[in-house]
Design a protein around this ligand. Sequence first.
Ligand code: ADP
Ligand code: MG
Length: 276
Amino acid sequence: MMDATRMRKAAGASDKRSTKMFVESATKYYQTRTGSVHALDNVSLEVRDGEFLCILGPSGCGKSTLLWSMGGLHDLSDGEIRLGPEKITRPHPEIAMIFQDANLLPWRNLAANIALPFELKRKPVDQERIDALLKRVDLWGFESKFPRELSGGMQQRASIVRSLSVNPSLLLMDEPFGALDAFTRDEMNLLIQEIWMETGKTIVFVTHSISEAIFLADRVAVMSARPGRIKSELRIELPHPRHYTMKTSPEFSRYKAELTEQIRVEAMKAAQLADA
Ligand code: ADP
Ligand code: MG
């Protein structure tokens, strides 16, 4: 087995794409009433233009903290995050976020929910783009439905339409399919892969599922237990488009064994932290 440093070099070396986002020595402490929580420790990570990067780590290791910081929703205690040359300290129009919860407003129908980002920015609604996206994710004709009338998968598809409607170049997804049943999750994985291939967007996708990470990613960055660090990086050399039958292939199993080994130790440390 390769050591972590060699793995990181191997994972990055063959990629000639330009840097989309750079996380430089990101450290984060949360101040709470009972003391400070060290969530991120000196995390450096390069996101390449057009890549599908998965961030994999046990629960509580700082994945959301890292992703939210990349989206300009959290301040860092130290270090910085840049989109191209621009330092990210607040939400940026090029960056969209998708969460585990679709976050649709229950009193608005689908059309009104999707129009919300335009209202907030006081911009005319790009109906042509929205209609194309609705058709793309099979929600065409559901515009007048309210969130409670839609399944979890449909709500999450609506949130994807909402975030892509303003045409961001970087999509940050925080365990977006974690609350869906296994079948719907597989379907959503296929859909997001297709959208990624069609649009050339850069995607950073947080998950604690090893197979979801292998299925989707160009590259997987494994995080250590809290305080979160990048423990290793692994390039996934499976051709796209990927089909879920690939999950039973020997190559897929090899990646799974490798990542399971990487993450097993961290998950155990995380469990001890939770017990303490
Ligand atoms: P993950 O997404 O990997 O599960 P998080 O980034 O949500 O991890 O959390 C990392 C650590 O920081 C956890 O120990 C969590 O309890 C703590 N944490 C997260 N948000 C806050 C907050 N707002 N205040 C205090 N501690 C927090
Ligand atoms: Mg999280």
